[in-house]
Design a binder for this molecule. Structure first.
Ligand code: FO1
Length: 329
């Protein structure tokens, strides 16, 4: 793939973002889409490098993800977990046998000096994924959840404690020094780019770690293509996961408008459910448009992907880039 061919950059977390990535992969040719995975959730577990959002995107785009959980592989076996449990090992984070192979192989290749970006591309290709997935950075970034019980590593909060502790904030250790993926920076600078799509992932734990990279924020500010987000909140409820709980604990109303306010100057456009349009239009600098943001079927994913791209093209036609970028960051 030539970087000059990329027409859409999609910023994504795991499960919700992967659904839209599938839709985008159906309306864009392999060289036209660059999916950027959050790596703030990555951690070292049982001596292995685990990258949940990269893997969820890879398995979903390969069509081999577990449709029940959204993470891991379909038809997985759990012999390793059972054997680990029998000898008193840690089993709070469940690694299926097939999934385990990926963590072992990635850990070996990282230790031998290969980059996360190269390993991610290779594994995706081996699993039959034609579209490109890149980690936001090869450098280590770790999401830390600040809670009433103290600071927690992300998976400790998310999986081990089931998002139970009350959140007071997040920080992204390593983000300031992290260099964004060169393929991503290149795509953002190319004239062929038509849209940067922020998937309907959790803004606080999936998208914020990505845009916390200073060089990436700067590149988004300089990028000529419109940045459009899809609301993860519909009618006062989160599409998935702990987004609503987190917003409440941070003192934010659980509304699409609060998400728009949170992204602020990063956005040119915001796609929301029809019921949320009036509410979300309170952000004067952001164009708001209605869309079917709930993705139950493949058809929904494809339709939303096409709507996001059309919206970005419409914004590019109606608003001068200078005006859009003049108010950024
Ligand atoms: N999520 C869980 O809730 N429980 C698990 O045991 C678990 C294991 C797991 C293994 C591999 C992987 O790639 C993802 C896994 N996830 C699990 C999902 C993951 O922790 C979260 O969904 C993301 O980090 C949030 O995007």
């Amino acid at each position: 793939m030539k970087a000059s061919d990329v027409r859409c950059v999609a910023l994504s977390g795991g499960i919700g973002g992967a659904k839209l990535a599938v839709g985008l992969s159906k309306v864009l040719a392999p060289g036209e889409l660059l999916v950027v995975a959050n790596t703030g959730d990555d951690f070292e577990h049982l001596g292995l490098n685990v990258c949940p959002d990269i893997d969820t995107l890879t398995y979903t785009l390969a069509g081999i993800n577990d449709p029940e959980t959204g993470w891991g592989r379909a038809g997985e076996t759990w012999n390793f977990m059972a054997a680990l449990e029998a000898i008193g090992g840690e089993t709070w984070f469940r690694l299926g046998d097939g999934d385990l192979a990926l963590h072992v192989e990635r850990t070996r290749r990282l230790a031998s000096g290969e980059s996360l970006e190269a390993i991610t591309a290779d594994v995706a290709r081996q699993l039959g994924v034609e579209h490109r997935i890149v980690p936001m950075s090869d450098d280590r970034v770790r999401t830390i959840v600040e809670t009433a019980d103290g600071d927690l590593a992300f998976q400790e909060y998310f999986v081990r404690q089931g998002c139970g502790p009350r959140v007071s904030g997040f920080r992204f250790d390593g983000a300031v020094a992290a260099r964004p993926s060169p393929a991503l920076l290149d795509a953002l600078a190319r004239p062929a780019l038509e849209a940067v799509v922020i998937c309907p992932s959790n803004p606080f734990i999936s998208i914020d770690p990505i845009v916390a990279l200073p060089a990436l924020r700067e590149a988004l500010g300089a990028c000529h293509a419109p940045v459009v987000a899809i609301s993860p909140i519909v009618g006062g409820a989160a599409l998935k996961g702990p987004t609503a709980k987190i917003m409440g604990e941070l003192g934010l109303p659980v509304t699409a408008a609060a998400v728009a306010g949170h992204y602020g100057a990063l956005l040119d456009g915001f796609l929301v459910d029809a019921t949320d349009v009036t509410d979300a239009s309170n952000e004067p600098a952001i164009e708001v448009a209605p869309a079917h943001v709930v993705m139950d079927s493949l058809e929904d994913r494809v339709r939303l992907a096409a709507e996001a791209l059309d919206f970005a093209r419409r914004l590019a036609r109606q608003t001068a880039p200078v005006k859009r970028r003049g108010r950024l960051i």
